[in-house]
Design a protein. Structure first.
Length: 522
C-alpha cells in the first residue's frame, strides 16, 4: 500500500523522506530574518528631512557628537522586517495560548473599534472637563457595572495593573488602620503559600511583614493555620479566589468571618474573577478590597508591557479611603474629584498622574455591554467547562495535582506521571513548541512539584480544544514510550533551538555590539 507525500505523488511504503536544509535559511513562507542592526542600512535613510535652521547651540552639552547608531530602512523594508519577526512568535490570533493563571484569550475586534472612536482615542487628560463629558460618562458606567458585578459600593479605576491594584487595596487598608489609630500595632499581612508572587511583594512594599499561611492537601487555605496566626497585630489577609491551583476556596465565608473578628481586612486577589463573574459577588463573601484584571476578565489586551488596568473595588469600610480621582455626576454634568478634600477628605492620595487608561476602560465596557448579564455569566461557565474538559481528557495519561472534584478555570497537573521517563516538565513544554503550541505555565504554583498549569479560557471552541488535547496526548504517549530524544532536544522546528536558560537569565546579552570595522555612519 502506498502513501501520498506532501505534493501528492505516491511514496513507497518504507521510503524515507528526507528534508534537506534550505539554501537561504528560510523555510517555506517563514523567511530567515537578521537583526535590524545586521542589515546594510547604515549608509541610507528612509526619510528625507530638511536641514535644521538652527545649530542647536542652545542645547549646550546635550548636542549629539556621534552618529545616532540606528540603521536606515525604507518603508517596505521596515514593514517586512517586523512582519517576518511576527511570524516567528506565537499569538492568540494563531492558536490556543494555554498559559495558566494568565487568561490569554481572544480580544474581540469590536472592542478595538470602540477604543479607536474619536472622543476616546484622541483626548488629553488636561482638557477642560466640559470637553470630555462622554469619556467621563463611560468611566462612570464602567464603575457602575464593576460595582454591580462585585457587590461592592466603591471602585478606584486608576490602578494600571493587577499588582498596582494590590498596592491600591493595601494602601487603602493602611489608611483605614491609620484613621482608627491601629496602624502602628497592625504590621502583619497573612498570605497563603499558593498566592501570586505579587501578593507578598506588595505587602512588603507597603511596609508590612509577611506571614505565610499553610495549604491543605486538597489545595486550599488551611483555615486552622490561618486562625492560629490571626491577632491584633494583623492588618489584612490576601487570598486569591479562585486560587492559583484553579480551585474555589470552599471555606471563604469562614475565612472572612475570622479575619473580621480579628479586626483585619480581607484583600482578595481578583485575578481569576473570570471564573466566577456573573455567578458570585465577592462583596457577598465578605471581601473588603479586590483588584480586577480587566485584561483577564473583560478582554482588554494582555502583555506587551501595557497599557494595563487593574481597578479595585472597595467595601463600605474602605470606600472613604479610595484614591483620587473618581467621577461624580450631578446637575452640572460629570466631573472628577481630584484632591483630598470635601468628599475625598480621607483619600490616601493618588496612584498615578491622571485618570488611568481610557483605551482599557472603553474595551472593558464594550465587552460588558456586548455580552450582557447572561453573556457574562456564560463567560464563567464556559471557562470552567473548558478547563474541566481538559482535565478529564488528559487525566488518564497525566497526573492531576488535585484529582478529586472539578477544577475552576484552569487545570493543574504535576510531574508524577513523568517519573522514570528521564523527561522533565521543561522538556515536555519544549516539545509542545514543535507541535505548534505555546507551552502551558510551568513550575507554578510552587506548591506543586513540576507543575503544568493549563487555562483554556472561555473563548476556545471544542474543535480547538480537541486539537490541543490530541497533541498533548500524543506527546504524553511518546514520553511514556521512552522517546526521550524527542523531548531532550526540543524544540527542533522553532526559529531558535533550545537555549541555556540559566545562563541566559544570569548573563543576558541586552545590547547589540557592532562587528569590528563595520560602518556605523548615519
Amino acid at each position: 500500500m502506498s502513501t501520498m507525500n506532501t505534493v501528492g505523488r505516491p511514496t513507497a511504503p518504507n521510503q524515507v523522506q528526507t528534508k534537506p536544509a534550505t539554501l537561504t535559511g528560510g523555510r517555506g513562507l517563514l523567511q530567515n530574518e537578521a537583526l535590524i542592526f545586521e542589515g546594510d542600512g547604515w549608509g541610507k535613510t528612509g526619510v528625507d528631512l530638511p536641514e535644521p535652521k538652527t545649530d542647536g547651540s542652545d542645547l549646550g552639552d546635550l548636542i549629539r557628537k556621534d552618529p545616532i547608531g540606528l540603521p536606515g530602512l525604507s518603508e517596505p523594508e521596515t514593514m517586512r522586517h517586523y512582519v517576518r519577526l511576527s511570524q516567528k512568535n506565537h499569538a492568540i490570533d494563531l492558536a490556543i495560548y494555554p498559559l495558566g493563571s494568565c487568561t490569554m484569550k481572544h480580544n474581540p475586534r469590536l472592542n478595538e473599534k470602540m477604543a479607536r472612536l474619536p472622543g476616546f482615542s484622541d483626548i488629553h487628560p488636561l482638557q477642560p472637563i466640559s470637553t470630555v463629558q462622554g469619556a467621563l460618562e463611560l468611566m462612570d458606567a464602567l464603575a457602575h457595572w464593576l460595582k454591580t458585578l462585585t457587590g461592592m459600593p466603591a471602585v478606584a479605576l486608576s490602578p494600571k495593573a493587577g499588582a498596582h491594584g494590590e498596592l491600591c487595596g493595601l494602601m487603602a487598608i493602611r489608611a483605614a488602620h491609620e484613621a482608627s489609630g491601629q496602624h502602628e500595632k497592625r504590621r502583619k499581612v497573612l498570605v497563603p503559600t499558593s498566592a501570586h508572587g505579587t501578593n507578598p511583594a506588595t505587602a512588603a512594599f507597603v511596609g508590612y511583614s509577611v506571614v505565610e499561611v499553610a495549604q491543605t492537601e486538597d489545595g486550599r487555605v488551611d483555615v486552622a493555620d490561618l486562625a492560629s496566626k490571626l491577632g491584633d497585630d494583623v492588618a489584612a489577609i490576601m487570598v486569591t479566589n479562585p486560587n492559583t491551583c484553579g480551585l474555589f476556596e470552599r471555606d471563604i465565608l469562614e475565612i472572612s468571618r475570622l479575619t473580621h473578628e480579628a479586626g483585619a481586612y480581607f484583600y482578595c486577589d481578583g485575578a481569576n474573577f473570570n471564573a466566577i463573574v456573573g455567578r458570585v459577588r465577592p462583596g457577598d463573601l465578605g471581601v473588603d478590597a479586590m483588584h480586577i484584571n480587566l485584561h483577564k476578565t473583560f478582554s482588554t489586551p494582555h502583555g506587551g508591557g501595557g497599557p494595563g488596568a487593574g481597578p479595585v473595588v472597595l467595601s463600605e469600610a474602605l470606600a472613604p479611603f479610595a484614591p483620587a480621582p473618581w467621577v461624580v455626576h450631578d446637575e452640572g454634568g460629570y466631573r472628577l474629584i481630584e484632591r483630598e478634600e470635601e468628599e475625598a477628605e480621607q483619600a490616601f492620595g493618588r496612584l498615578c498622574a491622571f485618570q488611568g487608561q481610557m483605551g482599557m476602560y472603553t474595551r472593558a465596557l464594550s465587552y460588558m455591554m456586548s455580552h450582557g448579564a447572561d453573556g457574562l455569566r456564560q463567560v464563567a461557565e464556559d471557562a470552567v467547562l473548558n478547563a474541566n474538559y481538559i482535565k478529564a481528557r488528559l487525566g488518564d495519561l497525566m497526573s492531576a495535582a488535585f484529582p478529586d472534584g472539578p477544577c475552576m478555570h484552569e487545570a493543574l497537573f504535576d510531574d508524577e506521571w513523568l517519573k522514570g521517563t528521564d523527561i522533565t516538565t521543561l522538556d515536555f513544554a519544549k516539545a509542545m513548541i514543535d507541535e505548534g503550541f505555546h507551552p502551558m505555565t510551568m513550575y507554578f504554583p510552587l506548591v506543586v512539584h513540576g507543575a503544568m498549569l493549563i487555562e483554556p479560557t472561555e473563548t476556545e471552541s471544542k474543535a480547538e480544544l480537541d486539537r490541543f488535547i490530541e497533541a498533548m496526548r500524543a506527546l504524553a504517549t511518546a514520553a511514556k514510550a521512552g522517546d526521550v530524544d524527542r523531548f531532550k532536544g526540543a524544540p527542533f522546528h522553532a526559529p531558535l533551538k533550545r537555549l541555556d536558560e540559566t545562563r541566559a537569565a544570569r548573563s543576558p546579552v541586552l545590547r547589540w555590539t557592532a562587528p569590528e570595522g563595520s560602518n556605523k555612519a548615519a
